[in-house]
Design a protein around this ligand. Structure first.
Ligand code: CMP
Length: 139
Protein backbone atom coordinates (compact mmCIF):
# COMPACT_ATOMS: atom_id res chain seq x y z
CA UNK A 1 0.00 0.00 0.00
CA UNK A 2 1.27 3.46 -0.92
CA UNK A 3 1.89 5.39 2.30
CA UNK A 4 3.39 8.60 3.60
CA UNK A 5 5.50 8.87 6.72
CA UNK A 6 6.97 11.80 8.62
CA UNK A 7 10.74 12.05 9.04
CA UNK A 8 13.08 14.34 10.96
CA UNK A 9 16.81 14.66 10.36
CA UNK A 10 17.81 15.63 13.91
CA UNK A 11 20.26 18.29 15.14
CA UNK A 12 23.17 15.81 15.49
CA UNK A 13 22.77 15.03 11.76
CA UNK A 14 22.53 18.63 10.53
CA UNK A 15 25.48 19.62 12.78
CA UNK A 16 27.68 17.06 11.01
CA UNK A 17 26.47 18.07 7.52
CA UNK A 18 24.84 14.66 6.96
CA UNK A 19 21.60 15.83 5.31
CA UNK A 20 22.60 14.64 1.85
CA UNK A 21 24.18 11.39 3.04
CA UNK A 22 21.02 10.44 4.94
CA UNK A 23 18.77 11.48 2.05
CA UNK A 24 20.81 9.20 -0.22
CA UNK A 25 20.10 6.22 2.08
CA UNK A 26 16.39 7.16 2.14
CA UNK A 27 16.19 7.38 -1.66
CA UNK A 28 18.21 4.20 -2.20
CA UNK A 29 15.62 2.42 -0.03
CA UNK A 30 12.91 3.35 -2.54
CA UNK A 31 11.35 6.19 -0.56
CA UNK A 32 10.56 9.51 -2.27
CA UNK A 33 11.07 12.82 -0.44
CA UNK A 34 7.79 14.56 -1.37
CA UNK A 35 8.20 17.46 1.09
CA UNK A 36 11.21 18.83 2.93
CA UNK A 37 12.21 21.93 4.88
CA UNK A 38 14.96 22.98 7.25
CA UNK A 39 13.68 24.63 10.42
CA UNK A 40 14.67 25.42 13.97
CA UNK A 41 12.03 23.77 16.16
CA UNK A 42 10.59 25.92 18.91
CA UNK A 43 10.27 24.52 22.42
CA UNK A 44 6.48 24.55 21.95
CA UNK A 45 6.72 22.57 18.71
CA UNK A 46 9.03 19.99 20.28
CA UNK A 47 6.84 19.60 23.39
CA UNK A 48 3.75 19.13 21.22
CA UNK A 49 5.50 16.69 18.91
CA UNK A 50 6.79 14.55 21.79
CA UNK A 51 3.74 14.97 24.08
CA UNK A 52 3.35 11.17 24.29
CA UNK A 53 6.75 11.04 26.06
CA UNK A 54 5.91 13.82 28.55
CA UNK A 55 6.18 11.58 31.62
CA UNK A 56 9.42 9.88 30.55
CA UNK A 57 12.59 10.76 32.46
CA UNK A 58 14.32 11.81 29.23
CA UNK A 59 11.57 14.23 28.08
CA UNK A 60 13.41 17.41 29.11
CA UNK A 61 16.64 16.23 27.52
CA UNK A 62 14.75 15.26 24.36
CA UNK A 63 13.14 18.70 24.00
CA UNK A 64 16.48 20.42 24.70
CA UNK A 65 18.20 18.34 22.05
CA UNK A 66 15.51 18.75 19.38
CA UNK A 67 15.60 22.55 19.80
CA UNK A 68 19.42 22.75 20.01
CA UNK A 69 19.99 23.25 16.28
CA UNK A 70 18.44 23.00 12.84
CA UNK A 71 16.38 19.98 11.85
CA UNK A 72 15.10 18.88 8.45
CA UNK A 73 11.46 17.80 8.48
CA UNK A 74 10.30 15.61 5.61
CA UNK A 75 7.40 13.66 4.18
CA UNK A 76 8.47 10.36 2.64
CA UNK A 77 6.26 8.42 0.24
CA UNK A 78 6.45 4.83 -0.94
CA UNK A 79 5.12 1.30 -0.67
CA UNK A 80 4.72 0.55 3.06
CA UNK A 81 6.65 3.73 3.74
CA UNK A 82 6.11 3.64 7.52
CA UNK A 83 7.59 0.17 8.12
CA UNK A 84 10.13 0.62 5.35
CA UNK A 85 11.53 3.80 6.87
CA UNK A 86 11.67 2.21 10.33
CA UNK A 87 13.72 -0.62 8.80
CA UNK A 88 16.02 1.86 7.08
CA UNK A 89 16.46 3.90 10.29
CA UNK A 90 17.38 0.88 12.42
CA UNK A 91 16.89 0.43 16.16
CA UNK A 92 16.43 3.53 18.36
CA UNK A 93 19.67 2.66 20.16
CA UNK A 94 22.44 2.77 17.52
CA UNK A 95 24.35 0.09 19.46
CA UNK A 96 21.53 -2.29 18.52
CA UNK A 97 20.97 -1.05 14.95
CA UNK A 98 21.56 -3.42 12.03
CA UNK A 99 24.37 -2.89 9.53
CA UNK A 100 23.54 -0.47 6.74
CA UNK A 101 20.82 1.34 8.69
CA UNK A 102 20.95 5.12 9.12
CA UNK A 103 21.42 4.85 12.88
CA UNK A 104 24.19 2.25 12.55
CA UNK A 105 25.93 4.44 9.99
CA UNK A 106 25.48 7.84 11.64
CA UNK A 107 23.81 7.94 15.07
CA UNK A 108 25.83 8.94 18.15
CA UNK A 109 23.63 7.66 20.99
CA UNK A 110 20.06 6.71 21.92
CA UNK A 111 19.19 10.41 22.26
CA UNK A 112 21.31 11.82 19.42
CA UNK A 113 20.12 9.19 17.00
CA UNK A 114 20.05 11.23 13.78
CA UNK A 115 16.50 10.50 12.57
CA UNK A 116 12.87 10.17 13.58
CA UNK A 117 10.17 8.26 11.68
CA UNK A 118 6.46 7.82 12.40
CA UNK A 119 5.54 4.55 14.14
CA UNK A 120 2.02 4.04 12.70
CA UNK A 121 -0.38 5.41 10.05
CA UNK A 122 -2.36 7.44 12.61
CA UNK A 123 0.75 9.11 14.02
CA UNK A 124 2.10 9.76 10.52
CA UNK A 125 -1.03 11.80 9.66
CA UNK A 126 -0.78 13.81 12.90
CA UNK A 127 2.97 14.41 12.60
CA UNK A 128 2.80 15.46 8.93
CA UNK A 129 -0.02 17.89 9.71
CA UNK A 130 1.99 19.49 12.52
CA UNK A 131 4.70 20.64 10.11
CA UNK A 132 3.27 20.71 6.57
CA UNK A 133 0.24 22.13 4.84
CA UNK A 134 -1.22 20.16 1.95
CA UNK A 135 0.20 22.40 -0.77
CA UNK A 136 3.75 21.89 0.55
CA UNK A 137 3.56 18.16 -0.22
CA UNK A 138 4.18 17.40 -3.88
CA UNK A 139 3.95 13.71 -4.76
P1 CMP B 1 12.29 9.28 18.33
O1 CMP B 1 11.96 8.21 17.37
O2 CMP B 1 12.47 10.65 17.78
O3 CMP B 1 11.16 9.34 19.46
C1 CMP B 1 11.40 9.46 20.83
C2 CMP B 1 12.83 9.74 21.10
O4 CMP B 1 13.21 9.69 22.44
C3 CMP B 1 13.68 8.68 20.44
O5 CMP B 1 13.67 8.89 19.06
C4 CMP B 1 15.00 8.84 21.13
O6 CMP B 1 15.88 9.70 20.43
C5 CMP B 1 14.61 9.48 22.44
N1 CMP B 1 14.95 8.59 23.52
C6 CMP B 1 14.48 7.35 23.74
N2 CMP B 1 15.04 6.83 24.84
C7 CMP B 1 15.89 7.77 25.32
C8 CMP B 1 16.77 7.81 26.44
N3 CMP B 1 16.87 6.78 27.27
N4 CMP B 1 17.48 8.94 26.61
C9 CMP B 1 17.35 9.98 25.75
N5 CMP B 1 16.55 9.98 24.68
C10 CMP B 1 15.83 8.88 24.47
Amino acid sequence: VLERTFSILKPDATARNLTGAINAVIEQAGLRIVAQKRIRMTREQAETFYAVHKERPFFGELVEFMTSGPVVVQVLEGENAIARYRDVMGATNPAQAADGTIRKLFAKSIGENSVHGSDAPETAVIEIAQFFSGNEIVG
